[in-house]
Structures are given as structure tokens and as C-alpha cells.
Design a protein. Structure first.
Ligand SMILES: Nc1nc2c(ncn2[C@@H]2O[C@H](COP(=O)(O)OP(=O)(O)O)[C@@H](O)[C@H]2O)c(=O)[nH]1
Lengths: 308, 640
């Protein structure tokens, strides 16, 4: 009832504009590429992107599959949510694991976050795109996430080796996207480029979009390391001498591999509470993402190598 | 969830909320653009604790303002990246106040940045022109204003910065405003407002300053929060570009797209601009159910009451107020590519959801953006603006850019590199095509074909000089003649003695040479002949141009792939020797590049076969594709 009332009142003009812009981008890719795919990373941005895809092509199903690059270190709740979400959407879900990396024993614990991300995420993504010959891949990245993303295009061109060449970017004018690529090249496409973190949450609330429960506060087993709260999601996390998981009421602002994702202490158990907390928040979202602290300017570098 | 809870979480639920303001900031280096943007972000407390700590550290180290925070450090320097050679055209920054969301398109402030500004401006509703109060109006300010006007921005704020350094002087401020108004009179801005500010100290940025009691207007942020820039796009004539044909099953055929302008309701009459066919809106579909009406900016899926032949790229419009349809038009081009404009070359033109081959037929003049003066020009280079005539291979629907920023805009794409070569803003259609076009001929190509025993096609031989193109073409023609097939051979050297004798070998002339040859080949095809063309034709774009002139399947590209070393060794006309000696310039393979075809119909690998074998390979192709009949040749069989 309340949901209806909300929908009837409609989205704010601001969100509506963001929504139709994203829908335009989604349709443009479907019309101009021969094998698009949507990278589905299970987080809130992916949830919004998936919802927008359902809207863009209705009454048809989105004419592309979902692809999840599984590092094998995602929170268990994420994997369960992923399978349910694909089922709800009625879309094909492809998952890809870099088996060779796994065989080499690469893991966030043994190899450190930098190597793990490089092998199990960046390289895995390249392998998956090559394997299925995708020529366009949607990602949920936003320009407000990080300083260096402010200049990223909505359509970001990649060479046949998946390299991003910052010296050779195409200007984007109006909504006239230049989608031309040569054989073997591909495009990364970011329909949520112009959204902010707050827009994403406002939209999730307005559209009643399901998100992984890890975004809401609940007592969970954690250990504290270097100021970050790490959730003990399974027995693979080796405990240091004297370290003992304790229950704390926590939630996550962003989701990734569990040993690399810091939680925040919070009592926000509903969407409005999460949004209220966000508005009052005094730290940036990527604070919780340990990979970004690894080395400075790390985003720029990762992007050049093919990371999203 | 309770309604009150919801209203608290989403404050705009109970009040009208202006759509986000998309603004462009322009200023010369050191006018204080970064400081202003940094301060706006800072004062909306959008600077988060982790960022602020870093900022304080950096300000001590690199700042220019003693121990105070240097806000410019918040927005990372576009200039520095430019020095590293990274193409930074625009950085987008976002902030939200309780009243409104803002998107700032920030472009680096160096001299040559028409291209970047145009990119930022294409999506903006308002421009802030920064002026250093001490320096007054500079040429650059005028250039910025001209580009802002050209790209259709109607609202301008003059931010007269560093007013603290002039002792908050009113007379200086007034003079800047008067001078600017004089210059801007011709630029067609709807609103123009000047504000004296100090980005460094915060005067009149978020709050009105006590230092400028003579300034009666609002602070910058107040002004931006309340200005209504919405053009009444919903009352403009209906325009809708079909983006994607939505066909989930046989009983549903919808057209997905975004309404560019106007409002529609079920039952409204529409016309397909290109074909002139009429129908009515049956339903306006969305994921959340059908709508009773939809307006500019809405992404919807329309169904019509009639089954019309409509596909991606078609434009639906109001039958009483139609878009113009023409194959030729005049437009401003803002050149964005390192490689200059070549009139006559074939580019791809993307307008709305439609992509068609196009050529620039004439440069009317180049615009001096500093003075708004017009100069004659043969070409446009990076960052130059010019008024041009363009011709597209099939008529398209459009509006003048002044009337509609969506249906009046296009980009040009380089066919070989795929770079975005230019931004285009349509001024008006040229109706020459309509006068010359379609003479209602009663005997058509098909009729002529019927009395021959072959299909008319063009066999286009491309490859390096000395590759063997003409030898093979001659052999093929001889064999076709023997079969009674009506042919003609066009040879680069032959045409250059007559039709093309005014052309040399520089890039423009090579382009024109191929264009004329293409037109001749097209006429020959219309006449029902098989036309053999033997041209080095080094550039992909021109070969594509000829391909586009002809019907599907009529252009057969034959790549005579003889390695350069081999051609140099053969050197039948002694040309390579002279080119290497520097006696001949622009010689393909030596000091001009050859772009091999990407998907030719046939590749002749000359290292592995003789000219006779190559000719046989081509004849086999023609019979396989039923272009000529499969009959026994009169004479010897070469085909092994
Ligand atoms: N006194 C004074 N200095 C300013 C003001 N705005 C900017 N500046 C200084 O002018 C210099 C250039 O500013 P910056 O923002 O980097 O210029 P940009 O190149 O346009 O981004 C810096 O040293 C600023 O601190 C102002 O309103 N008053």
C-alpha cells in the first residue's frame, strides 16, 4: 500500500532523470553490440543495475546474461543472494573462477589483497570475457566513488588485451555514444556513472529493491585488525594468537571478499536507518575497501590493467 | 515502514524538488576554479573525515594559503594529468544540498580546450564563467562565452572572483558586467547574473558577504539552488528516436526509446519522419505499468495501432509539427581529432540512434571563437569550429540544434580509427538533394540487369603500387569478355588522364579521386555493367565510402596482397626507386600508409599464385555467388 503510494507519487525528478539515463545506456548497448554481458557483483550497485535492466527491456527479458567473477572468498550470504536474484530476474547467470589461480593457491590470506585481486578478479574477468567473446560488459561503478573515477567515461574502450588507454579516450557528447570497436576489442559500460552513493540508496528505497542482508546491522562474529573490523565468515580466516572472534552489531557499506572488507559498527537495521546513517556519515565509502589502501594511486593502476 | 519514517529518510517526498542542476565551470588557469569547486564541496560538508585529514596535511605541504586549508587541493588537478599526456576532457563532481543536487562538469583551463569545453557543455544547463576581478574580461572569457552559446547553454553566471584583492571594489565589478553584456548581446543567453565572490575566503559563495553591501543579489549557492533552467521541453513538438525494437513474442511489437521532446498520450497521432507513414499511439508501456501520458526525458516503450515498418534509428514525431528530412544540411562542426577534417572523406555520422555514412561537402567558413569572426578554410583541425555542409547517404530526420538539443546534435566518427572526430550542431537543412534526386526513371537497374546474363557489380582491386592489380584486372576482364559479359575497366592511371586530371596525390586529392571513381562505378552499375576498378585506394574510409554508394552485395573488395618488399623488388614503373630517393612524395608504402582491408570479399596472396591463378580465383567467386552464369569458358581452362 505504502509502496504503491510511493510509486504513484513517482521518483523525485532527480532520480527519474538518473533512471532514464541509465535505461538509455542499457538499451544502447543491447542495440549496438553483438554480445553484451552484465557483470553482477552482488552489491547494492549491481542490484540497482539489474533492476534497471529489467525495467529497460520490459516486457522482454534483458537480452544478455549476468556474469559473476567468483573469487571464492565472497561472503556466504552473498552467494545465496546471487543465485536467488538471478532466478527472480529470470536471467542466465554465468559464474567464472580463475581455476589456475586457485590451483596456484592464490588467496587474500596467503597472497595479500593486491595479488589476490589481480589474479582472481582482474585476470579472471579478462579470461571470462575472452572465453565467452563478450564485446561489451556493464559494470556498476560510479564516478563519485573515488577521485580518479571522476574522469571515467560511461563507455570506456578497451584494447584487445583489455588495456584501458587513458591517452586515447573518446569524448562523450550529449548522449551520442561512440560504440565502434574493432574485432577483439571491447567496451566497459557504466550506466550508474552519474549516481552518488546516496542516490543508490534512495533509489533502492523508492523502488523496493532487494539487497544483501549484510548491508543491515546484526550481531556478527568479528575480529579487529589494524583498525578494521573483519567478519569471520568461515573457518578459512586464520586467527592470530590470542585473537578471538566476538559478536558485535555491525553492517557493511560495500561488499567484497570477506577478509578484505571492513565492517562498521551500526544499529541501522532498516533502509531508512541506513540512509539516515549515510547522511550523517563522515567517512567515504571506500574506507572499507582494503584494496584501495594498498598503494596510492592504486585505482588508476588497476583500471589500466583491466580492473573495473 | 511508516510514512513519516519514509519522509524523514527521503526529504523531498513532501516537497517539490528541482531536477539536478548540471553546470559547467569555465575559467583560465589560476582564476580560482579549483578553489571555488573545492569550497562548494567543503561547505556542503561533503568533505569526509578521512579526506579532510588528508587535505589538512596536504595544505601544509603544498598549499598556497599558509596554514589555512587550500580548497583547490580537494579536486585533483586536471592540469597535472594533462602533463602526463592523459586525455582529461571533463571531470564530473557531485554534491547535494537539502534543496538540490548538482553535477559539476569541470574542464581544465588551458589555452586549447575548445574540445573539452564542448564535451562538458553538451550535457550542461548552466555555465559559470570565472573572471579574475583584477584582470577583468580576457580573450579567453569571450571564447568561453562563445562556446557556451554555440553549445546551446542558455544560463550564465559570471563569478567575478578574487574580489578581496580589489578591496571589494564595486566600480570594477560593474565595469566587468557592462563590458560582458555588450559582448554577450549576440549570444542569446536567457539569464545572465554576475556575483562578486572570493573563492578563497568564501565571500558570497554559500553565504552573503558583509564585505559587499553594494551587491543586492543572492550568494552563488542560493542562486544555483533556485534557478529554474528547465526548458519547457514537454510543450515542444513530439520527438522520439526508436532505440530498440522490443519484441518478446509475436503478439507484441513495441518501440523502446527516450522521448526527446513533447508529450504524448494514447490515441495521439504520430508520423514516422523518414517514411511519412502515419499511425496512433496505442500504449505507453513501462515496467511499472502503462502510462496515461509521458513527456520529454521519459524512457518508455510505445506500441502503435498499425503495423508499420519501423526500426532502430527511425524518428516518430508530431504530424502537425514534423522534423525536417533531408540528405544534406548545414551544421557547425567542432573538430575533436588530431587528424584533421578531410572534405569528401566518408565518416560515420551518429545522430540520435541512427548511424549513417556522411561526408563534408563544403567548409563554408571557420569561426574565430575569440572574435566570432568568420574566416575561409580548407580544413578544420583539432579545437577548431566551422560551419560546414554535410551530405549523408540516405535522408535523415532532424531539427535545428537551436530548436532541439537532442535531435539537432550529432557526432562524426572516423571510419578507420573509430575516434570521435567531431561534434555537430545542425543549423538548417539544404534541400538541394530533393531537387536533383530521383527523376522517376521508368527503366531501372533491375530492368537493365534482366536483359544481361549477369548481375552488375563492382570488382574493386586494392593494393600497393606494383602489386599486380591491373594485370589481374585485365585478365579477369578478358575472361569475362570471352563469356559475353559486358564489362568496363577503370584504372587509376587512365582516369587521372581525364576526369581526374586536376587531382594530385596529397590526402585530399586521393579522397576526391576515389569519390569520383566511385560515382562513375555507380553509374556503370546502374547501366548493368560489371565494373573493374584498379586503384591503390590506400585508405579504408574511402573504400567504405564506395561500398556505401552501392547496393548490398554490389561491392566486391579484392585485396591484392603482395608484400611491400616484393613490390619494391618488381618496381615495374621505377616509381619505388624514385620515391625512396625522395623524388616522389606521398608514395604509398614509402611515405604514406596503406590501410589493408579488414574484411575483403577476396584476398589474392600473390606470393603463392600467378596472375592467371588469381584471375581464376575471382571467376570462381563470381560463379559461386551467381553473379555470372556457370558456363564453360570458350578457350583454355586455367582454373587449376
Ligand atoms: N585572494 C584570493 N585568492 C584566490 C581566490 N580564489 C583563488 N585564489 C588563489 O588563486 C590561485 C589559483 O587558484 P586555483 O583554484 O588553483 O585556480 P584554477 O587554476 O582556476 O583552478 C590559488 O593560489 C588560490 O588560492 C580568491 O577569491 N581570492
Amino acid at each position: 500500500m505504502l509502496q504503491n503510494l510511493y510509486v504513484n507519487k513517482g521518483l523525485s525528478p532527480h532520480l527519474r532523470r538518473l533512471e532514464s539515463e541509465a535505461i538509455f545506456v542499457l538499451r544502447e548497448v543491447a542495440a549496438e553490440f553483438s554480445r553484451p554481458v552484465m557483470l553482477y557483483s552482488i552489491g547494492k550497485d549491481s542490484s540497482v543495475m539489474l533492476h534497471l535492466a529489467l525495467k529497460a527491456f520490459h516486457p522482454s527479458k534483458p537480452p544478455f546474461p549476468l556474469l559473476h567473477i567468483d573469487t571464492t572468498w565472497k561472503f556466504r550470504e552473498m552467494i545465496a543472494f546471487r543465485d536467488a536474484a538471478a532466478k527472480r530476474a529470470g536471467m542466465e547467470l554465468l559464474t567464472y573462477v580463475n581455476k589456475e589461480g586457485l590451483a596456484r593457491g592464490v588467496s587474500p590470506i596467503a597472497s595479500g589483497s593486491s595479488v589476490h585481486t589481480q589474479v582472481m578478479k582482474t585476470e579472471a574477468l579478462r579470461q571470462a570475457l575472452d572465453l565467452w567473446h563478450f564485446d561489451a560488459a556493464f559494470g556498476g561503478a560510479r564516478r563519485d566513488e573515488e577521485k580518479s573515477r571522476a574522469k571515467e567515461r560511461i563507455f570506456s574502450h578497451r584494447s584487445a588485451a583489455h588495456a584501458w588507454d587513458p591517452r586515447n579516450q573518446r569524448p562523450e557528447l550529449w548522449h551520442l555514444f561512440n560504440t565502434r570497436i574493432k574485432a577483439g576489442e571491447s567496451m566497459r559500460v557504466f550506466p550508474l556513472s552519474n549516481w552518488t552513493e546516496l542516490d543508490v540508496w534512495d533509489y533502492i528505497l523508492a523502488e523496493n529493491i532487494p539487497v544483501v542482508p549484510l548491508y543491515f546491522a546484526k550481531p556478527r562474529p568479528v575480529v579487529e585488525r589494524g583498525g578494521a573490523l573483519i567478519m569471520v565468515d568461515d573457518e578459512r580466516l586464520p586467527l592470530k594468537p590470542g585473537e578471538r572472534p566476538r559478536m558485535e552489531e555491525i553492517r557493511f557499506r560495500t561488499l567484497g571478499c570477506y577478509p578484505l572488507t571492513g565492517a562498521i559498527r551500526s544499529h541501522a537495521t532498516t533502509l531508512p536507518e541506513v540512509i539516515a546513517e549515510m547522511r550523517a556519515s563522515k567517512t567515504s565509502e571506500r574506507e572499507g575497501r582494503l584494496i584501495d589502501h594498498d598503494e596510492s594511486g592504486s585505482m588508476e593502476k588497476k583500471k589500466r590493467e583491466g580492473y573495473f | 515502514m511508516l510514512a513519516t519514517e519514509l519522509a524523514q529518510a527521503v526529504p523531498y517526498l513532501d516537497k517539490p524538488f528541482l531536477p539536478a542542476l548540471r553546470l559547467l565551470t569555465c575559467g583560465s588557469v589560476d582564476d580560482g576554479k579549483s578553489t571555488l569547486i573545492g569550497r562548494l564541496l567543503y561547505e556542503q560538508s561533503l568533505i569526509l573525515d578521512d579526506q579532510l585529514a588528508a587535505l589538512k596535511r596536504d595544505s601544509k605541504k603544498h598549499g598556497t594559503d599558509g596554514d589555512n586549508i587550500d580548497f583547490a587541493l580537494l579536486v585533483d588537478g586536471l592540469e597535472a594529468e594533462r602533463e602526463q599526456g592523459i586525455t582529461i576532457d571533463v571531470a564530473y563532481r557531485y554534491f547535494t544540498t537539502p534543496a538540490r543536487s548538482f553535477v559539476i562538469a569541470d574542464t581544465p583551463g588551458h589555452e586549447q580546450y575548445t574540445r573539452n569545453m564542448a564535451t562538458g557543455a553538451s550535457g550542461a544547463d548552466l555555465a559559470i564563467l570565472l573572471i579574475d576581478a583584477r584582470k577583468g574580461l580576457l580573450t579567453q572569457t569571450l571564447r568561453h562565452a562563445a562556446i557556451v552559446s554555440l553549445t546551446g547553454i542558455k544560463h550564465v553566471v559570471l563569478a567575478v572572483n578574487k574580489i578581496d584583492l580589489t578591496g571589494f571594489d564595486q566600480a570594477g565589478f560593474d565595469k566587468i558586467l557592462v563590458d560582458f553584456k555588450y559582448f554577450a548581446a549576440a549570444l542569446g543567453f536567457k539569464t545572465l547574473h554576475a556575483i562578486p565572490i572570493s573563492a578563497r575566503h568564501g565571500d558570497n559563495v554559500s553565504r552573503k558577504s558583509p564585505n559587499t553591501p553594494w551587491y543586492k543579489g543572492p550568494a552563488l549557492l542560493d542562486y544555483l539552488e533556485t534557478i529554474d533552467v528547465a526548458e519547457d521541453k514537454s510543450s515542444a513538438p513530439f520527438r522520439f528516436a526508436v532505440q530498440w525494437v522490443n519484441r518478446p513474442h509475436l503478439d507484441f511489437r513495441g518501440f523502446s526509446g527516450t522521448i526527446a521532446s513533447g508529450t504524448i498520450r494514447p490515441g495521439d497521432e504520430i508520423v514516422v519522419a523518414g517514411s511519412g507513414r502515419l499511425s496512433r499511439i496505442a500504449r505507453i508501456g513501462t515496467f511499472d505499468g502503462d502510462l496515461e501520458s509521458a513527456g520529454a526525458g521519459d524512457a518508455v516503450t510505445l506500441t502503435l495501432t498499425d503495423e508499420l515498418d519501423i526500426s532502430r534509428g527511425d524518428i516518430l514525431c508530431d504530424p502537425k509539427n514534423r522534423a525536417e528530412v533531408s540528405g544534406q544540411f548545414a551544421a557547425h562542426l567542432i573538430w575533436m581529432n588530431e587528424e584533421r577534417l578531410l572534405p569528401g572523406r566518408s565518416y560515420l555520422l551518429k545522430a540520435g540512434t541512427r548511424t549513417v555514412p556522411a561526408t563534408v561537402t563544403e567548409i563554408v567558413h571557420r569561426l574565430d571563437v575569440n572574435t566570432l569572426g568568420e574566416q575561409s578554410a580548407q580544413t578544420l583541425r583539432l579545437n577548431e569550429v566551422g560551419l560546414c555542409h554535410l551530405s549523408v547517404t540516405s535522408p535523415m530526420a532532424f531539427d535545428p540544434y537551436k530548436a532541439n538539443r537532442t535531435t539537432g546534435a550529432f557526432i562524426l566518427i572516423d571510419r578507420a580509427s573509430h575516434a570521435t572526430a567531431a561534434a555537430g550542431l545542425i543549423v538548417h537543412g539544404l534541400n538541394r538533394a530533393a531537387n536533383v534526386y530521383v527523376q522517376g526513371l521508368s527503366v531501372g537497374k533491375q530492368d537493365r540487369t534482366r536483359i544481361k546474363h549477369h548481375k552488375p557489380v563492382v570488382l574493386w582491386f586494392t593494393g600497393l603500387s606494383g602489386a599486380g592489380k591491373s594485370t589481374i584486372a585485365n585478365l579477369v576482364e578478358t575472361r569475362l569478355y570471352a563469356r559475353g559479359v559486358h564489362t568496363i575497366l577503370l584504372d587509376g592511371d587512365n582516369l587521372r588522364h581525364g576526369l581526374n586530371k586536376d587531382l594530385g596525390f596529397i590526402e585530399e586529392d586521393r579522397v576526391e579521386n576515389i569519390r569520383r571513381t566511385g560515382e562513375v562505378a555507380k553509374l556503370m552499375t546502374e547501366a548493368g555493367l560489371i565494373t573493374l576498378c584498379s586503384f591503390i585506394s590506400p585508405f579504408r574510409a574511402e573504400r567504405l565510402m564506395v561500398r556505401d554508394m552501392l547496393g548490398a552485395g554490389e561491392f566486391i573488395e579484392i585485396f591484392v596482397d603482395t608484400p611491400l618488399q616484393e613490390c619494391i623488388a618488381r618496381d615495374p614503373k621505377g616509381l619505388y626507386r624514385r620515391a625512396i630517393a625522395g623524388e616522389i612524395r606521398n608514395f604509398t608504402g614509402i611515405d604514406q600508409s596503406y590501410e589493408p582491408p579488414e574484411n575483403p570479399e577476396l584476398i589474392i596472396a600473390r606470393e603463392r599464385q600467378t596472375a592467371e591463378q588469381a584471375a581464376a580465383q575471382i571467376i570462381a567467386y563470381l560463379t559461386e555467388h551467381q553473379i555470372i552464369d556457370r558456363i564453360e569458358e570458350l578457350g583454355e581452362d586455367w582454373s587449376i
